[in-house]
Structures are given as structure tokens and as C-alpha cells.
Design a protein around this ligand. Structure first.
Ligand code: ZN
Length: 294
């Protein structure tokens, strides 16, 4: 008796929710469960795109926040794992309007090993002068502000592509070991490119920064939404200006060797949810999802 009462209450509850949560209910009627449960494995620097029902308003993971935006009648969220992850498993709540609990995303970080670049260089090339160090710190703060600014637009309509069909000279996450001591990690992708080679945008987006930076030289940063930025560095020439809306594969500049480099190449960076992540992973996840339903 109690069981029937409970089922009765639950079905009333679910059906009254269905009225408010219309598209979710429709989607779930075709499926099996009302409550969404997603289990995601993420390696350091990895990105995964999840398509959630339109009723979703937020993916809440404690102090971590994942940008979420509506694209083609669904809510897109790019889940990311920071390169410097503590490999902590976490549960993120999927919330609808009025913080209604729609489900759970369980994130399981996975170990991944990255290649090491052993470099022997003159000690003065490893250490920065005080002036350069001050400049580098100031520029890092300036770029953090650009990345942190809240933006609601979404420009992407198609999957991301690697900007150049060229040889990768340094993969994401490569550890840089100078004279036997680890001095950092490469949180972008280096693509072989001679000076003057035209550099296309990896997706449609808004130009949010152009300028010369100490480490990355002439740099263009694009915002694509939701929460996704790409950057193009060491350019010889910048061919766009802040505020321009560029199409996917539109030329944003010419390859070069400006900034701290040893030779000409394109450094392609991807920044999502406060982390520099692996561009190859962004291309892969948006391509897979696009084959299904982008
Ligand atoms: Zn690079």
C-alpha cells in the first residue's frame, strides 16, 4: 500500500515537473530515465563536450565552474581537466531552473604521461632578466582578465579544426627540461610553419585580443563560446583587429618567429574553464559529437 502511495506521489511529482521541464521530459520519454547520469573520464588537459537538454541551467561542481550555453536547442558544456589536476574524482550536479536537480555528472580523472624535451642551453637563456620577468607577469595578469570576462555569445556552428595541416613539432603537455631541471611544460601545440604562411582560425569566433607579448610574440586570441578561446602565437603579421568576427578558416595572421622562440612556427593554444587544454582533444570531441548531433 505504502509502495503504491509512494509511486503515485512520485508520478505526480514527475508529471508536474514534466510540464515545467518540457523538452527534458520529451527527450527522456524517448529514453529510459528521467534523471541524467553521465560518467566522464578525463586525462590532464583533456576536453569533452557534453550535450545536455535545453532545460539545464548550470553544471555545479563546487568551486569549479563549467561554461554552459545553448547551441541548436541543446545546452553545450565543455568539461575539462586541468594539466595540474590533483586526480580527484568529483560529482557535478546538473541543475535546471530554480536549482531543480536534473542529474549528475561523475568525473573520473585518468593518468597520462607526457613527453620530455631535454634541452641544454646557456644559463642566461633559462633565467629572465628582472625587467622581462616583470613584463611577463604583467602580461599574464592582463590575459587572465581577458579570459575571465563573462561572455554570453556563442559563435561556433561546426567542430573545431587544427589550424594548419602541418607537422606537430611539440605536442600539448611536453615537459621542458633545461640543463637537467624541469622548467615548465608546453601547454599548447606547435605546428611547423615558415615565416609568412597564412594562419586560419580553427573555428568561427570574436577577436578578443591582438598584440605583442613577451613569451608568445604577436598573438591573436579568439573567443568562440561557451567559455572556449583559441590563440595563435609567434605571428609575423596580425591581420585582424579586436572586435572582428572571423569565420572558421578565415586568415588571422601570418606565421613568424616573434616572442621567445628558436625558429618560426605556430603555437596554437586552447583555453577553456580557466585551463590551457589540449587543442587535439577539442577537435576530437567536437568532431565526434558533430557526427552524432552537433
Ligand atoms: Zn608552443
Amino acid at each position: 500500500m505504502k509502495v503504491f502511495f509512494f509511486i503515485g506521489v512520485m508520478s505526480f511529482f514527475i508529471s508536474s515537473c514534466s510540464m515545467q521541464q518540457n523538452s527534458l521530459a520529451l527527450k527522456k520519454e524517448a529514453g529510459d530515465r528521467f534523471f541524467i547520469t553521465e560518467e566522464v573520464k578525463l586525462a590532464p588537459g583533456e576536453v569533452k563536450l557534453l550535450k545536455l537538454p535545453r532545460d539545464v541551467r548550470e553544471v555545479f561542481c563546487g568551486n569549479e565552474s563549467f561554461s554552459i550555453q545553448e547551441i541548436n536547442n541543446e545546452m553545450d558544456v565543455f568539461l575539462t581537466e586541468d594539466y595540474f589536476t590533483s586526480f580527484r574524482e568529483r560529482k557535478c550536479q546538473i541543475l535546471g531552473a530554480n536549482n531543480f536537480n536534473l542529474g549528475l555528472i561523475k568525473i573520473y580523472p585518468e593518468k597520462k604521461s607526457f613527453p620530455k624535451d631535454q634541452l641544454t642551453v646557456a644559463p642566461k637563456r633559462v633565467h629572465l632578466s628582472k625587467k622581462n620577468l616583470r613584463r611577463a607577469i604583467k602580461e599574464k595578469k592582463m590575459m587572465s582578465k581577458i579570459y575571465a570576462k563573462k561572455r554570453s555569445e556563442v559563435y561556433i556552428k561546426e567542430p573545431f579544426v587544427v589550424p594548419l595541416k602541418s607537422f606537430v613539432t611539440s605536442v600539448y603537455g611536453t615537459q621542458r627540461v633545461f640543463n637537467g631541471t624541469k622548467k615548465g611544460q608546453h601547454l599548447g601545440i606547435d605546428l611547423r610553419a615558415a615565416v609568412g604562411v597564412p594562419i586560419p582560425a580553427s573555428n568561427r569566433g570574436l577577436v578578443v585580443f591582438t598584440g605583442h607579448l613577451f613569451y608568445t610574440g604577436n598573438t591573436v586570441v579568439l573567443y568562440h563560446g561557451p567559455g572556449v578561446f583559441t590563440s595563435y602565437s609567434h605571428l609575423n603579421k596580425i591581420l585582424v583587429k579586436e572586435g572582428d568576427l572571423v569565420d572558421k578558416l578565415q586568415i588571422v595572421g601570418e606565421a613568424g618567429m616573434t616572442g621567445r622562440v628558436t625558429g618560426p612556427h605556430l603555437h596554437w593554444g586552447v583555453y577553456i574553464n580557466g585551463s590551457h587544454v589540449d587543442g587535439m582533444s577539442l577537435v576530437e570531441t567536437t568532431t565526434i559529437v558533430s557526427e552524432l548531433e552537433f
